[in-house]
Design a protein. Sequence first.
Length: 265
Amino acid sequence: QQHNRMINLEELHQFVDGLCELGKHQPKYLLLLTDIVKPHMPDPVSILVSIFTNIKQHLYTLHHGSNLDLTHPQINQYSEEFYVLLQLRELSTLLKHISDIQLLHLANNNIPPGPHDYQLSLIKKIQQFLSQWTESTLQTHNHTLNNTPLALQRQTLLLIEPSIPNELHYFFIDLLRLPWHELVSFHDFMMGASDLHLIFLTRLLSIEVAILLELKQCLLNPFLAPGLFKPLASPPLLPTKDVASLKLSAQLKLEIVTQPPAKIV
């Protein structure tokens, strides 16, 4: 669907420049994000290099402020690069619209672990239940559970929403006890989430919470100076033999791994 849209060139320029900065300062995280949007690519390094060279150069030959028609035949030459770039852009949009508290709630083991398809089906069930609740219903549930003793919350949830499956009881108990503005915001977020967004959310669940929050910070704030990044946790350990040093230009040196961490779905 993204390939049928008109993309603002100035916005895309800025996003590519941001990815370049991320590649300089947090290269391992850039590859981790790339594997979220397109898992198991045979050679993600070459795709990223092409984005930072061929695609960037192609964009600079076009007029700023105009739109890029992604159905244009010339785009076919770099179709995979554009696909990865636009998927990263979509992931960035997703993370802009979900707060840290909401992301923590999703990733903090509230959704039972399991294969990708199983977790995706649970997230779709969450979206389905939320679509049935009005703001008034949310407000009532929020008030009820926040005024129920901890030991009785599961029993209370069964009374007010008996159709929620067992595996999602704790998810909804914690969700409905969030601060009111966070609960409403999350409801709106899930109502606007596409199937692609739900797939991204499912893949994000496999990442350690602290690293996930840092990934979000890196993607949304790529122009922070290296010293301003305050890691919440160590990046995933990566075999040194898999590290490739790639000189993209006289000003930019990107050091990233040739294989993504196995942890990502």
